[in-house]
Design a binder for this molecule. Structure first.
Ligand code: AMP
Length: 283
């Protein structure tokens, strides 16, 4: 595994691989790798010759009051884990390398970036789409891998890739969970022992929604209320949202019809830690 911090050097190496007809995959991350990230890297390696993993805590996707400065970082451990999982090239650019002084060009996917997460984090997706577009242009991979854990991010990135005619296929990898069902996340380390126990309510509420729908419940408000009740019983600081939406346009569904595929995304705060999770259900 080779590590690069400079865009030009990375590009030159990737050009050599392209000349040798090697297929190139990209796994963008913010580091502090866990098994969820590693499942993306392993899948990328199983399906491609060369796997590039980027580690970049992207300042433009954090709001002014969010956790950019305290976001967990451990490059040494990440390098070891990435290498063991099949990463060939680790790309760890500095903020100045990605956003030189005077940087002022952004990619924005309108409408679907302003609902759900976008309501609570108004500048988040502008930062995400800009950094992902930059990474896709730098690496020019055949395939880029993203986790279903960040469901709205997947929808927004797919739309950007389609509408800007990018040459990369987007592959979505299922959410990896801890043994009690909590979705793996770099932010889970912020949770106190009590919050960690209570945070299992997120996954439990999603499984409850699945059960209710499979038992025939079709009213979104009823399902959401039951989910709210379950989470409220575990002392969350706030429930930012629980919604039932379409998987493509993220529009709210007040009722569910047979044959529908719906997404149930949620965001809940325990203490100062904001967690997101979701499930996709075909009725
Ligand atoms: P992050 O470092 O949080 O930006 O995540 C990098 C990539 O890993 C994103 O595509 C995430 O959706 C994905 N990811 C994060 N957590 C998980 C998980 N528990 N299971 C699968 N993929 C994940």
């Amino acid at each position: 595994m080779t590590t690069y911090s400079q865009i030009l050097e990375l590009r030159s190496t990737l050009n050599d691989y392209r000349e040798k007809k090697k297929s190139i995959a990209l796994v963008p991350t913010m580091g502090y790798l866990h098994d969820g990230h590693l499942s993306l890297i392993k899948k990328a390696k199983a399906e491609n010759d060369i796997v590039v993993v980027s580690i970049f805590v992207n300042p433009t996707q954090f709001g002014p009051k969010e956790d950019f400065a305290r976001y967990p970082r451990n490059i040494e451990r990440d390098s070891e884990l990435a290498k063991l999982s099949g990463c060939d090239i680790l790309f760890i650019p500095s903020v100045e390398e990605m956003y030189p002084a005077g940087f002022s060009t952004y990619a924005v996917v309108e409408n679907i970036s302003t609902v759900l997460e976008g309501k609570f984090r108004p500048t988040h997706f502008k930062g995400v789409t800009t950094v992902v577009l930059k990474l896709l242009n730098i690496v020019q991979p055949q395939v880029a891998y993203f986790g279903q854990k960040d469901a709205q991010q997947c929808v927004v990135i797919r739309k950007m890739v389609t509408e800007l005619n990018l040459h990369t296929e987007i592959s979505i990898v299922p959410t990896l969970r801890e043994s009690d069902g909590l979705a793996m996340s770099s932010r889970n380390v912020y949770l106190s022992p009590d919050e960690r126990k209570n945070a299992v309510a997120l996954n439990q509420s999603l499984r409850l929604a699945e059960r209710l729908i499979h038992q025939g419940e079709r009213n979104s408000e009823t399902i959401i209320n039951e989910m709210m009740k379950l989470i409220q019983s575990k002392n969350p600081t706030t429930i930012d949202y629980i919604e039932i939406v379409g998987t493509e346009n993220l529009e709210k569904r007040t009722s569910i019809k047979s044959g529908d595929t719906i997404l149930i995304p949620l965001a809940v705060r325990f203490g100062t830690t904001r967690l997101i999770d979701n499930t996709i259900i075909t009725v």
